[in-house]
Design a protein around this ligand. Structure first.
Ligand SMILES: Cc1ncc(COP(=O)(O)O)c(C=O)c1O
Length: 395
């Protein structure tokens, strides 16, 4: 399936343009067909009994999902990838694959909130105990490992507050104790961080974000190394949570331009983050690529780029005014939309709720506003943020 002319020695945009499908398998058409399928026919009784043909049932995969999965394998360096109907489903699947009743799970405290909901809302019911850990823990995670710890879940940078993690140090300890390591790698995409090269076993993407890139698709991918792949594949086939054909196609289409889009997201987000650092009304800018950010050294050591989402902490001494001033900021914005699912071409802002944190506590200086910097022109976006800050100051 994979175009054999492009390999890991080529630049990332060359690989993004050519990995996944092989036009020669589809009569020369550049893009793979969108295969809508439940039933797959077999030529005779012996083949249907042995199932000895590439495709056997819609939920297991089609040439469309394979094209996307192969492209992700090429980017992640994984042994196998599955595509599922959302980023949250992509987090759920490896948890289901790795954990059983009586097991212990370690999850970073700055995790995407619905992951936390999964842990206390469903895994607890199934007899899995979760302990949350400090994103800055590094090799000290050893102190939290138990004989029954089967999975260490990481997310770097953390959701909304962007704490970095020492992924190689955590992976080394987890493996020494026989646990697998999963990582929500949505922020960086495989272009800016390759988890499997840093000791992670399972790399998770809300491909809804930058891979699909246009705020019109929900999809997730899970890519595993040789160790984690067999259980992941088995669980995928047992649960029937497979990505839809049109969404898989749209995501592969999105991947073709992800490199150029991310370059622009990166550049604009950094330009705006740097401006915001010295802007009145802003106490702090939470962006791992800024030298002022506490996790910057880890980001610089392990990552090769930064994407378009970061947060600002508004500078509001009176805590009783935090909510009103955050609302004034958001309501004054004309270009930034108010919404959650980031990674599209348009800029977004949202006041984040950090009340679930127990270790990575919320900043005290003021409310945290998360900004997704889209593909619009920077001067327009900066003027919009200045409008928001002026409204917050006046409120
Ligand atoms: C870090 C992270 N992981 C996972 C998800 C879930 O993705 P989806 O919306 O596709 O379920 C999100 C969504 O915002 C996210 O920010």
């Amino acid at each position: 399936m994979t175009n054999s002319k492009t390999g890991s020695n080529h630049g990332v945009n060359t690989r993004l343009a050519h990995t996944g499908n092989d036009p020669r398998s589809f009569y020369g058409f550049v893009n793979p067909p969108v295969v809508h399928a439940s039933t797959v026919l077999f030529p005779d009784a012996e083949t249907i009994e042995s199932r000895n043909q590439p495709y056997t049932y819609g939920t297991y995969g089609t040439p469309t999902t394979d094209a996307l999965n192969k492209a992700m394998d090429a980017l992640e360096g994984s042994a196998g990838t599955v595509a599922v109907p959302s980023g949250l489903a992509a987090i759920t699947l490896p948890f289901m694959a790795a954990l059983s009743a009586g097991d212990h799970l370690l999850v970073v405290d700055s995790v995407y909130t619905p992951t936390r909901n999964l842990c206390h809302g469903m895994l607890a019911r199934f007899g899995v105990e979760t302990t949350y850990y400090d994103p800055a823990i590094g090799a000290d995670i050893e102190k939290l490992m138990r004989p029954n710890t089967k999975l260490v879940h990481t997310e770097a940078p953390g959701s909304n507050t962007f704490e970095m993690q020492d992924i190689p140090a955590i992976a080394e300890i987890a493996h020494a104790h026989g646990a697998l390591v999963s990582m929500d790698n949505t922020w960086a995409t495989p272009l800016f961080f390759k988890p499997l090269d840093h000791g992670v076993d399972i790399s998770i993407h809300a491909a809804t974000k930058y891979p699909a890139g246009h705020s019109d698709v929900l999809i997730g991918t899970v890519s595993a190394n040789e160790t984690a792949w067999p259980a992941l594949w088995k669980t995928f086939t047992m649960m029937g949570i497979c990505a839809a054909p049109d969404d898989s196609y749209m995501t592969l289409r999105g991947l073709r331009t992800m490199g150029v889009r991310l370059e622009r997201h990166q550049q604009s987000a950094l330009e705006i983050a740097r401006e915001l650092e010295s802007m009145p009304g802003v106490a702090r800018v939470l962006h791992p690529a800024l030298e002022s950010f506490p996790g910057h050294a880890l980001w610089k050591r392990d990552f090769c780029g930064s994407s378009g989402i970061f947060s600002i902490v508004l500078d509001i001494a009176d805590s009783s005014r935090h909510r009103a001033k955050a609302h004034a900021f958001l309501d004054a914005l004309e270009i930034f939309g108010l919404g959650y699912s980031w990674g599209g071409y348009e800029s977004l802002a949202v006041a984040v709720n950090l009340s679930d944190r127990t270790i990575a506590l919320p900043p005290k200086e003021g409310p945290v506003i998360r900004l997704q910097i889209g593909l619009e022109d920077c001067p327009d976006l900066l003027a919009d943020i200045e409008r928001g800050l002026a409204a917050a100051a006046a409120a």
